[in-house]
Design a protein around this ligand. Structure first.
Ligand code: FMN
Length: 161
């Protein structure tokens, strides 16, 4: 699948089959994250790949369906970097697209993580000075959701707003 097709077909997936995701594919997905654009090339990120079901189960308060995922990637940022939020978002989007390109489904879970950040940081041994930005569950999709997107004609402007 080429990059544009992956961008066009990516959707947040919240239902997965019980199929495993090979370690090599998880490495490819994280590799796409670490290659994202990053302010001043600071690369202020770390990625924790979690495949242990008992650990994944601990994320249930953030997303009850997460237990179906074959793996979860925790995205950790260093807030000392000026562009840590933008860098984290770029890395996450790269990983969502890479997951789609490899035939997997994934979801960016952040809103439901932030209220539980300290708890999850302790669970994953994340140093105090770092931020847990998001969890990304990954697996073989068991749904193909359609989501309404604003049409291009509504959001594109030529020359001036
Ligand atoms: C910053 C951000 C935070 C998000 N947080 C959550 C979340 O906590 N839980 C969740 O199920 N989805 C979360 N999502 C996924 C969005 O709900 C999803 O991207 C949106 O509904 C559009 O659907 P699509 O990804 O299929 O295009 C988040 C997405 C972004 C970009």
């Amino acid at each position: 699948m080429d990059a544009l097709e992956a961008i066009r077909t990516r959707r947040s997936i919240r239902k997965f089959t019980s199929a495993a995701v090979p370690k090599a594919d998880l490495e490819t997905i994280v590799d796409a994250g670490r290659l994202a654009a990053t302010g001043h090339n600071e690369q202020p990120w770390d990625f924790i790949v979690i495949t242990e079901p008992t650990t994944i189960m601990q994320f249930l308060p953030a997303a009850p369906w997460i237990i179906q995922a074959a793996a979860v990637i925790a995205v950790v940022l260093d807030p000392k970097s000026r562009w840590w939020v933008e860098d984290g978002a770029a890395a996450i989007q790269n990983m969502l697209i890479a997951s789609t390109a490899l035939g997997y489904g994934a979801c960016w879970i952040q809103g439901d993580v932030i209220p539980r950040e300290e708890h999850f940081k302790t669970l994953l041994n994340i140093p105090d000075e770092k931020r847990l930005m998001a969890l990304i569950p990954i697996g073989v999709p068991a749904e193909r959701p359609e989501r309404e997107k604003k049409p291009l004609t509504q959001v594109i402007h030529w020359e001036k707003f």
